[in-house]
Design a binder for this molecule. Structure first.
Ligand SMILES: [Zn+2]
Length: 57
């Protein structure tokens, strides 16, 4: 069986950020990732070390 995948929509990109939101930061032990804006782009950042984990251009 072959499944069709819809991986190229902006909705999926937003879902990626949503999926990362609330995860533990990979760069420090204190941070939990939150959805924010980084340099005008939608992004997921750690508020503790301020490292962006993912962002949409
Ligand atoms: Zn961090």
């Amino acid at each position: 069986m072959t499944r069709q995948q819809n991986t190229e929509s902006t909705a999926d990109s937003t879902a990626l950020l949503t999926a990362l939101e609330g995860r533990d930061c990979r760069h420090c032990v204190a941070g939990t990732l939150v959805r924010t804006q980084y340099k005008g782009n939608l992004a997921v950042c750690c508020p503790a070390c301020e490292t962006p984990q993912a962002q949409l251009w």
